[in-house]
Design a protein around this ligand. Sequence first.
Ligand SMILES: Nc1ncnc2c1ncn2[C@@H]1O[C@H](COP(=O)(O)OP(=O)(O)O)[C@@H](O)[C@H]1O
Ligand SMILES: [Mg+2]
Length: 404
Amino acid sequence: MAKARSQFSPTLTPKRPMTEVIAADGAALSQELQAMRQALFPPVSQKTLRSFSSVESAKLIGIADAYLRQLSLNGKGPQPAISPGGRRSYTLDQINEIRAVLDENSKGKRYVPHRRGDEHCQVMAVLNFKGGSGKTTTAAHLAQYLALQGHRVLAVDLDPQASLTALHGYQPEYDIGSNETMYAAIRYDEQRRPLSDVVRKTYIPGLDLVPGNLELMEFEHDTPRALAERSAEPFFGRVASALGTVSDNYDVMVLDCPPQLGFLTLGALCASTGLLITAHPQMLDVMSMCQFLLMTSDLLSVVQDSGGDLDYDFIRYVVTRYEPSDGPQTQVVGFMRSLFRERVLTNHMLKSTAISDAGLSKQTLYEVGRENFSKNTYDRAMESLDAVNGEIESLIRQAWGRAA
Ligand SMILES: Nc1ncnc2c1ncn2[C@@H]1O[C@H](COP(=O)(O)OP(=O)(O)O)[C@@H](O)[C@H]1O
Ligand SMILES: [Mg+2]
C-alpha cells in the first residue's frame, strides 16, 4: 500500500516554477518566429509592395486599360516597367502619379480621392469582443484597399496581440520597442510622447502604421488609478486626442481593436466616426455579439454622461468568413439582416483559403499576385474583398457629402 502511494507522491526534485517555463516557452517561440521571418523576409530585402499589371492598374485608377496605355505612349505620367514578354506593370507610386496627372486635365471626375474643404478625417473602428471574428483581417484589407485607391491612410493597432503590426512586417516583441505604440501617446505619466513620434511609414505608399505590442495592456492597468485621481484627461478622450494631432495628414484611419471591451476599445469608440462590427455568422458568435452590444451600450451611456463624444456617421455589421453553401450560416445572416436591416453590409467577406493562406505568410490578399492561387479561388476572394471594401469606401464618400 505504502509503495503504491509513493508512486503518486510528488517528486522530490524541485519543480521548475511555472512562470519560468512559460517565459522560456515564450522566448523560444519568439526566437523561432524571428528566424522564420528572417528566412521569409531577409532584412536586406524588407517587405515591399508588388507592382500591378496594366489591367489591375487601370482598374485601380478607374480608367480603361487602352486609355492607360495611350497615356504612357503619349509620355503623360510615369512609364511602366515592361517585362521581356511585353507586359506592362506599374508601382503604386506611379499609379498615384497618374491619378495626379489625370486630375490636372480633368474637369469633372477626380482621380486623387483625398479629402478636401470641410470633409473630416474618417476614423473607422473595427471591433467585436470575440477573437477570431475577422477584425484584423477586415482592418488590414480595408486599410490597404483604401491606400491602393489613393487615400492617405493611418492603420492603428490597438490590440496588444498586435496581429495587424505583424501583418505589416514587424514582429511586435522584437521590432517594436517600449514607448513605440499608441500607449506612448495616451499614457498618463511624463513619458507621454506625441503620436507623430510613433507613426511608421509602411512599404505601401499612402499607408502609415501605429504599431502595437503587449505594452498596450499598460493602459488597461493605468486607467483605474488615473480615474481615481481625476487629474488627467479622461481615458475615453485620449485616443481621440492623440489621433487628432496627426489627422491633417490622413483621409481615413482604421483602428484594429482588441477582443475585449476595455479602456482601449472604449477610447477607440469615442475616437471613431464609423463603426465596423465584424461577425462570423454562427449562432454562438451571434450570441456573444448580443452580449457585446448590450455591454457596449451600457458602457457608452456612462461615457456619454461624462462628456464623451459618440456621434457616428455610420455603424455597419460586416459578415466575415462567410460560406454561402452552409445553410445555418445563411440563416444567421438572414436573421441578422431582418434585425439590423441596412446596418448589415450588403456584401459579405467570403471564407477563402486565398485569404487564410496569404495570412500565413503575413500578407493580405492585396499583396499576393494572382499567379499564386488557382484563378477561381483568387478571383472569388478578391471580388468579395473589393465589394466589402468598396461598400465601406462609398459610406465614407457619403459621409464627406460626395456622391456614393
Ligand atoms: N475571409 C476569410 N477567409 C478565410 N480565413 C479568414 C478570413 N477572415 C479571417 N480569416 C482567418 O481567421 C483567423 C482569425 O481572423 P482575424 O482577422 O485574426 O480575427 P480577429 O482579429 O477578430 O481575432 C485568421 O487566421 C484569419 O486568417
Ligand atoms: Mg485581431
